[in-house]
Design a protein around this ligand. Structure first.
Ligand code: SAH
Ligand code: SF4
Length: 332
């Protein structure tokens, strides 16, 4: 039995070699005990890069003037969702920068999807008033992703000139209250972040019992004030993932694009260290270069038509099986 005291969490995050591999192995064993070899698939549609905020790390922040801003029209989004369903997706994630101009369109898209396809709808549209979250839930949305980014309040403040930590947390609690499957997460390796901060992040996830935990390395973007900062060591990302699984049990944890960007085999390694979900970019190819949250985002090099096959290969290489299920949080 591992010891998960705060002190030991910090130690395990820093661990290398044997201890590190052992941690990953234990996390994989628990993942397979809960989910078998199944990996759930999510398709993400990045329908707009328009954003009112200026998060210091993000390549589509509003101060980036070297970016053509786009949005995909609602009828086109409906068509993309229809195609994704035919391609075997049973969860679609709608993501964009934070703006209110599309709120009504989102409601309509949710209603359309709910009426026509048996698939889960996840939203990742930032902070909103409670009544907007409520309207989307009533329309039929199932899940919401809103990362806390870091639980270190000082660091949060430094990185988010337009945001307030308590408001972000309140938004997450509203989402839970309204019955969304709620996901949050942090970036690993943020400038100024310590191992202690990361250990506290893990305990925060456990205490609030979130359903989904989307974490990934911080990756510098050349269009931001953090462009000269360092990327984290991928081993740290894997340690963090493994501890997430071991401590939070049955949560849904994705292998993300940012992991594959940091390490060529990042997604396979993540699927063997506690992740049980794979997120695939389903944004039409013509828009992808305009949705660069960080540099060298891997999916820019992946052909839109081949992404499904490529993903199946990634999952197979990890010794797992890609399934076409909605993949709600499993009950233990
Ligand atoms: N606007 C929405 C959704 C889009 S951003 C929101 O902020 O919630 C989605 C996620 O991308 C953010 O939560 C952040 O964790 C991640 N992200 C942004 N810039 C990044 C970077 N430079 N490196 C790694 N992840 C980044
Ligand atoms: Fe906008 Fe989200 Fe990027 Fe912040 S992280 S600048 S809210 S897109």
């Amino acid at each position: 039995m591992l010891n998960y005291s705060f002190k030991n969490l910090v130690h395990l995050l820093e661990s290398k070699n044997e201890e590190h591999l052992n941690l990953r192995k234990k996390a994989n064993q628990l993942t397979e005990k809960i989910f078998g070899k199944k990996v759930f698939l999510r398709g993400i549609i990045e329908f707009s890069n328009i954003c009112r905020k200026d998060c210091l790390y993000c390549g589509i922040r509003k101060s980036n003037k070297n970016l053509v801003r786009y949005f995909i029209k609602k009828e086109d989004i409906k068509e993309i969702i229809k195609n994704s369903y035919q391609d075997g997706f049973r969860t679609i994630v709608l993501q964009s920068g934070e703006v209110e101009i599309f709120d009504r369109d989102i409601t309509e898209i949710i209603e359309f999807t709910r009426k026509n396809f048996d698939m889960a709808i996840t939203l990742s549209l930032g902070e909103r008033k409670r009544k907007v979250y409520e309207e989307w839930k009533k329309a039929g949305a199932d899940r919401y992703l809103l990362r806390i980014e870091t639980t270190n309040r000082e660091l949060f403040k430094r990185l988010h000139p337009d945001d307030d930590f308590d408001n972000r947390l309140r938004s997450l609690l509203y989402l839970k209250e309204l019955g969304y499957e709620t996901g949050t997460g942090v970036m690993i390796g943020l400038p100024g972040q310590t191992y202690e901060d990361l250990a506290k992040d893990i305990l925060f996830f456990k205490i609030y019992d979130f359903d989904m935990l989307g974490v990934g390395p911080f990756l510098p973007s050349f269009e931001t004030p953090l462009k000269n900062e360092k990327k984290p060591d991928f081993e740290l990302v894997l340690n963090f993932l493994a501890l997430l699984r071991l401590i939070t049990g049955n949560t849904n944890i994705p292998a993300t694009t940012s992991m594959a960007t940091l390490d060529k085999k990042g997604r396979e390694k993540a699927l063997n260290s506690g992740a049980n979900v794979i997120m695939l970019n389903y944004t039409p190819a013509q828009y992808r270069h305009m949705y660069q949250l960080y540099d060298e985002k891997i999916c820019l090099r992946e052909d839109e038509k081949n992404t499904f096959k490529l993903t199946e290969n990634v999952v197979r290489r990890a010794g797992k099986i890609l399934v076409d299920e909605k993949g709600d949080r499993v009950k233990l």
